[in-house]
Structures are given as structure tokens and as C-alpha cells.
Design a binder for this molecule. Structure first.
Ligand code: 5GP
Length: 202
């Protein structure tokens, strides 16, 4: 069976990742969205097991120490990580998986699973990013300052990704992401078995 493709999708906080991914779900209903674990407190409307697994610091550390995380990172004072088991179960069953994660964790995935398709979405500008975070009214000014600083650091890491695009219009961004995900199915790095298979038949 052909293995599923692992997509790693990063974008600075406030860049419109959530909206773009909600729209993408409609275009690609068969795609599996990995649910991360975090020590962050739930925001209004967030549901445990749907948006995140909201776990204690002790439980998070235990998952890391027992090798249960594919990657993990600290972001603005909270820990986030991808539980490993379900991701590989899906990939092994031919199901494509998308991880929506920040850049430190993304680099860990790139290192341990080089076949991952790395996609980065940029905001039109840092000023626009700050506006979006402020309009969300879910964080204090101090938290927003931290997230803006973090955004600049994250954007500098974008050069390590395979694909990059700007989100200045949601439907265009979704279209671009969809095209990237479709075309990346033919990347050489995820088709080694295909090449080998044909050679073996010679
Ligand atoms: P938020 O607190 O806004 O939900 O997420 C903050 C940042 O953590 C976002 O950039 C998001 O992509 C990232 N994030 C969410 N889940 C994970 C994860 O499992 N691992 C890593 N490394 N980052 C994550």
C-alpha cells in the first residue's frame, strides 16, 4: 500500500491558519488533522480532544519522556507536541496527515522524517499580523507583543521549508495550499519506493 503523505504546515500566530485550514477541510475531507497536546489553557469554544488535548505539565513531560511525541516545543511559555502513534498509524494505512505546528517542532519533524512536505504561510506584513491578533481580543497586549516577536523569529525559519506563500486573501490562500498539497504528491523525496519498484521490475 502507498504510504500517506505527512504535511507540516506552519504560519505565525494570527496569520489566519485556522481559517485557511477550516476551508481546506471542505476541499480535502479525507485528510487527517493531527490533534496536538498542549499545556496551554483552553480558549473560549475550544474542546478537549478536538482542538487540542489539554494536558497537565506532568502528563506532557511523561509523553515526551516515554517517546510518545513525534515533536514538541515551547511556544510563548506553553508546551505543544504531536502524539506520535496516531500519525504513523494513519500514514501506514495510506492516509495523508497534516500537522499544524510552529517552526521548532517542524524542524524536528523535518529531521526525523525527511519525507514530510514542509509548507509555510506568511502574513502580508508584521503590522497586519499585529492587527489580526488585536482584533481577536483573546490575548493581553503583553501576550500579543510576545507573539509578534515570535512571528519575526518564525518567518526567518521559512527558508527551511519546501513551499511558501502569503495569506492576503483566504480563498486564494486555500487554493494555493490545495495546489501545493496536490503537486507535492509527486515530489521525488516521497516517491523513492515508486522509483525502486519500477527499477526492480527491470
Ligand atoms: P495556539 O496557542 O495559538 O493554539 O498555538 C500556538 C502555536 O503553537 C501555533 O503556531 C501552533 O501552530 C503551534 N502548535 C500547535 N500544536 C503544536 C504542536 O503539536 N507542536 C508544535 N511544535 N507546535 C504546535
Amino acid at each position: 500500500m502507498t504510504k500517506g503523505v505527512l504535511y507540516v504546515f506552519s504560519a505565525p500566530s494570527g496569520c489566519g491558519k485556522g481559517t485557511v485550514l477550516t476551508e481546506l477541510r471542505k476541499r480535502m475531507p479525507e485528510l487527517k488533522y493531527s490533534v496536538s497536546a498542549t499545556t496551554r489553557a483552553p480558549r473560549e469554544g475550544e474542546v478537549d480532544g478536538v482542538h487540542y488535548y489539554f494536558v497537565s505539565r506532568e502528563r506532557f513531560d511523561e509523553l515526551v519522556e516515554t517517546g510518545g511525541m513525534l515533536e514538541h516545543a515551547t511556544f510563548c511559555g506553553n508546551s505543544y507536541g504531536t502524539p506520535k502513534e496516531k500519525v504513523f498509524e494513519c500514514l501506514d494505512n495510506g492516509i495523508d496527515v497534516i500537522l499544524e505546528i510552529e517552526t521548532k517542532g517542524a524542524m524536528m519533524v523535518k529531521e526525523s522524517y525527511p519525507e514530510a512536505v514542509m509548507i509555510f504561510m506568511l502574513p502580508p506584513s508584521i503590522g497586519e499580523l499585529r492587527n489580526r491578533l488585536e482584533n481577536r481580543h483573546s490575548e493581553t497586549e503583553e501576550v500579543i507583543d510576545g507573539r509578534v516577536k515570535e512571528a519575526a523569529r518564525e518567518i526567518a525559519v521559512a527558508e527551511n521549508y519546501d513551499y511558501v506563500f502569503v495569506n492576503d486573501d483566504v480563498s486564494e490562500a486555500v487554493e494555493t495550499l490545495y495546489r501545493i498539497m496536490t503537486v507535492s504528491k509527486n515530489l521525488v523525496k516521497i516517491n523513492q519506493d515508486l522509483i525502486k519498484g519500477v527499477l526492480d521490475k527491470c
